[in-house]
Design a protein around this ligand. Structure first.
Ligand code: FRU
Length: 468
């Protein structure tokens, strides 16, 4: 289909569906959600001349996965976002089944997108091209086309290029699947973004002391944090354990040291980035003021997603809040980007026994809980958080199976920061030592109900609604 035709279809879908999507009570007040259709991975997160650009995997035509477009938002402050014209539509043969995930860099003052052209054939096989597009003077993206074909030794699952500059050279990490069906991360180098040379596999199933660790690794990201290198990736195919790897697919990181000459990345153990029900495919960028910022998809591509009630309103999924990353004692610490504090209304504080706490309206709110004593919290009627002095558990009823499901954190609890936005919740534990992110669909307006006979100190801010 021609680009003009695809853009027309997308526009028609937005124009006819947007009012219905906006009328949905579960529409977020300040998280990013697609105008209509399905959103998944954040792509091309970058700051250029002061303005943040954030692209996303978007099917504007249906609440279904399929031939993805790149949607585009921009913002000066990470709080107020404007939707920009569609950046990429899957119009060419080399991207016939989707302009899949990728990243953005600024090359000679031009915003440049590096993404995967996904191609599926009638016999069920597939291939992938890593492609380039550059912003022109009109703010549109001109496609340059494939700059890398499928490397030898891998299946058609090679995708999600994340590119950065180091010592005057460009480097790329790519998610891949070897012919023996093991998930890998490839490192490549280029002087100009146009020609790429392979430096080999730097991590993956069966490498660096890891045993079998998944059949495919998606959405890698590699960056410097506090004099270490951090590799984020999304391994698929890990076996669930009683208290971890409980989502269908995982998203986590390794801390190590990348040897650019040898193409080696000795690293420590795999840590999950988020312990909630929905978190996947995060991407980071370095802000102009030197912060490592991350945003993820508050979803998992596992089919359960389509039981979410927003599908009836013609839209599905949101991104997480933007988070600032630091490294402490070998672990990635995540805190909500400081800019989000601008959304706060008047602060209320309260202390006493948990069960006497006010039933604050948490539809769009931030709640801070300071305690190390056992308590439980009910967010609307849809999510229960329990701290028993040893385990923090988050429980909800799975919308597909109608059975309860639980996620876990183990440690010494001191503090929680909870961000609620009508149908999502992000729970930051001990100032970001761990996070649990989830969608939930409470009766609105949602109320907070605490239980427990121990002392608890609370702070509460209503959060402004800046999306609709
Ligand atoms: C992760 C992912 C990527 C792919 C994209 C397609 O959610 O599967 O690997 O590029 O989504 O939308």
């Amino acid at each position: 289909m021609t680009e003009a035709h695809l853009l027309k279809q997308a526009l028609r879908s937005v124009v006819s569906g947007q009012a219905k999507a906006n009328a949905c009570a579960y529409r977020p007040g300040w998280h990013l959600a697609p105008p209509v259709g399905l959103l998944n991975d954040p792509n091309g997160f970058v700051q250029h001349n002061g303005r943040y650009h954030l692209f996303y995997q978007w099917n504007p035509l249906a609440c279904a996965h399929g031939a993805k477009f790149w949607g585009h938002w921009s913002s000066l402050d990470l709080v107020n976002w404007r939707h920009e014209p569609l950046a990429l539509a899957p119009s060419e043969e080399y991207e016939s089944h989707g302009c899949y995930s990728g990243s953005a860099v600024v090359d000679k003052q031009h915003l440049t997108l590096i993404y995967t052209g996904n191609v599926k054939y009638a016999n069920g096989s597939r291939t992938a091209f890593q492609c380039l597009a550059r912003e022109n003077a009109d703010g549109e993206f001109d496609k340059i086309g494939p700059v890398l074909n499928l490397p030898l030794g891998y299946t058609g699952h090679v995708r999600d290029p994340k590119v950065w500059q180091h010592d005057g050279q460009w480097f790329m990490v790519l998610g891949a699947q070897s012919l023996d069906l093991q998930g890998k991360i490839l490192l490549l180098q280029s002087p100009d973004l146009l020609t790429w040379q392979s430096l080999g596999e730097i991590a993956g199933s069966g490498l660096n002391g890891l045993g079998e660790f998944g059949y495919m690794w998606e959405c890698p990201d590699l960056f410097r944090l506090a004099e270490n290198d951090v590799l984020i990736c999304c391994p698929q195919g890990l076996t669930a354990e009683p208290h971890r790897y409980l989502n269908t697919f995982q998203s986590g990181y390794f801390v190590g040291e990348l040897d650019y000459q040898r193409g080696e990345f000795p690293h420590g153990e795999f840590n999950e980035l988020d312990l909630g029900f929905e978190f996947y495919a995060p991407q980071t960028t370095l802000s102009e003021d030197g912060r490592r910022l991350m945003i993820g998809w508050m979803g998992i591509p596992d089919g359960d997603e389509f039981y979410q009630p927003t599908v009836e309103q013609g839209w599905i999924h949101t991104l997480t809040c933007v988070r600032e990353l630091t490294l402490w004692a070998g672990k990635v610490i995540q805190r909500p980007a400081r800019e989000l504090q601008r959304l706060r209304g008047e602060k209320q504080t309260w202390s006493g026994t948990a069960q006497q706490a006010p039933h604050w309206d948490i539809t769009h709110a931030e709640v801070e809980i300071d305690t190390d004593q056992p308590f439980s919290a009910q967010f609307g009627e849809a999510l229960a958080l329990v701290w028993d002095g040893e385990w923090l558990t988050l429980t909800r009823i799975n919308r597909r199976t109608n059975q309860p499901e639980t996620r876990f954190w183990h440690g010494a609890l001191r503090q929680l920061t909870v961000l609620c936005d009508s149908s999502s919740i992000e729970i930051f534990i001990n100032q970001g030592e761990a996070v649990m992110s989830s969608r939930y669909f409470p009766t609105l307006p949602a109320r907070l109900t605490l239980a427990g006979s121990e002392q608890i100190a609370l702070s509460y801010w209503p959060l402004a609604n800046c999306m609709i």
